[in-house]
Design a protein around this ligand. Structure first.
Ligand SMILES: C[S@@+](CC[C@H](N)C(=O)[O-])C[C@H]1O[C@@H](n2cnc3c(N)ncnc32)[C@H](O)[C@@H]1O
Ligand code: SF4
Length: 382
């Protein structure tokens, strides 16, 4: 019997998770820790552990070159320019980056500066993704953001001035108290900063967050689905008019400004996820690391991979992921991927104006994008 060949087709990426934040935003349930929650874990200890994880990862990945690197968080910019340069050096010490590789870091507006962006460019970063969320002060307050309304667009301008061609701003829409005009102002402010990419997410009330408690107590009224649909249309119209077109339901870019790392996730690529709580996917195996920085550093101090658990994706699970992720892309999903029963349901969605055929691809229509989750659920429903 021959052993299965590694699936080396498609892009390969490395994600590095930085699990630190100065304060926690009330809506966020990402794996991140404030100084009070960290105990004796430090960024220096985290960096030493990540260096070992990348060293242990390299022989498992083999010779495939790295097309994209994405440092996310948490707040990577708390590491400072030298810390982020050291992360990229550690990747380069054990992997080969393809020429023209995309190297992104997330950046918080309040912990970035021209000097930081200059250092990041020098180190080899090619793309910056800043959390802006809103340009309205009262919205930022509900979200517990610590930066001023003007700081995120100012940081985006600074990144561009220091030589970053690719700059993203994240917006959140549908925050309690946000008006249509607030969102319009946020989009215009983001566009004025000269970015080539914008991500916009409807506010999700995650269980266990401070936001969820406030919503449950009736302090913060959440907008209904019709309001969210109107806001999405407003965003899409303003962004398209400015030459940023959707390429995934929540992501818009100028031509060539797409985030190649995220496209890898959505389009069946493989990646190594380093850092506490990071997920990886290689050759049909998906795994995830232990979440707390202390347990993470402990495992790596013993030169063990800090894997909490893993699963093998069988064909059925891969099919579901493929449909869920690729149907959200503007490039769409090839008809041939679908089962006979799914094709019948896809035809019904075409008739209802939710999907359209582009060659042999099925693509969400404008109305379909508003109902993307339901369209995907219906398609997969046996
Ligand atoms: C994990 S954060 C990291 C970015 C960076 N720490 C910052 O906040 O500026 C990435 C993005 O996820 C989005 N996000 C996080 N939690 C969310 C939620 N509950 N609902 C909608 N978007 C959320 C925000 O737009 C945020 O900028
Ligand atoms: S949104 Fe960003 S800054 Fe706020 S807690 Fe989450 S990761 Fe930290």
């Amino acid at each position: 019997m021959t052993s299965p060949q590694p699936d080396t087709a498609g892009p390969f990426g490395i994600y590095v998770h930085v699990p630190f934040c100065a304060t926690r935003c009330g809506y966020c349930d990402f794996n991140t820790y404030t100084p009070a929650e960290l105990g004796d874990s430090t960024p220096a200890g985290w960096l030493a552990a990540v260096q070992v994880e990348l060293e242990l990862a390299a022989p498992r990945v083999g010779s495939r070159p790295v097309d994209t690197v994405f440092v996310g968080g948490g707040t990577p910019t708390l590491l400072g320019g030298d810390g982020l340069a050291a992360v990229l050096d550690a990747v380069r010490a054990h992997f080969t980056l393809t020429p023209g590789a995309e190297v992104t870091t997330e950046a918080n507006p309040e912990s970035s500066s021209p000097a930081l962006f200059a250092r990041l460019r020098e180190a080899g970063y090619t793309r910056v993704s800043l959390g802006m969320q809103s340009a309205a002060t009262h919205v930022l307050k509900v979200l517990d953001r610590v930066h001023s309304a003007g700081r995120a667009p100012a940081a985006a301008r600074e990144a561009r001035a220091e030589g970053f061609e690719h700059v993203n701003l994240d917006l959140i829409y549908g925050t309690p108290g946000e008006s249509d005009d607030d969102l319009k102002m946020s989009v215009e402010t983001a566009l004025d900063a000269g970015i080539d990419h914008l991500s916009a997410y409807a506010l999700i009330v995650e269980d266990g967050t401070a936001l969820a408690r406030r919503v449950r107590r009736g302090e913060l009224p959440m907008p209904d689905d019709d309001v969210l649909a109107d806001r999405y249309e407003l965003l899409d119209a303003a962004l398209s008019a400015a030459g940023l077109h959707w390429y995934e339901v929540s992501n818009w870019s100028a031509p060539g400004g797409e985030c190649r790392h995220n496209l890898g996730y959505w389009d069946g690529g493989h990646w190594w996820g380093a850092g506490p709580g990071a997920h990886g996917y290689l050759d049909a195996t998906r795994w995830w690391n232990v979440k707390h920085p202390k347990a993470y550093a402990q495992a790596l101090a013993e030169r063990r991979l800090p894997v909490a658990d893993s699963e093998e994706l069988d064909d059925a699970a891969r099919h579901i992921e493929d449909v869920m992720l690729r149907l959200r892309l503007r490039s769409g999903l090839p008809d041939a991927v679908l089962t006979a029963a799914e094709r019948v349901r896809a035809e019904a969605a075409v008739t209802r104006g939710l999907l359209v055929r582009a060659g042999d691809q099925l693509v969400l229509t404008d109305r379909g994008r508003l109902l993307a989750d339901a369209v995907i659920r219906d398609l997969l429903d046996d």
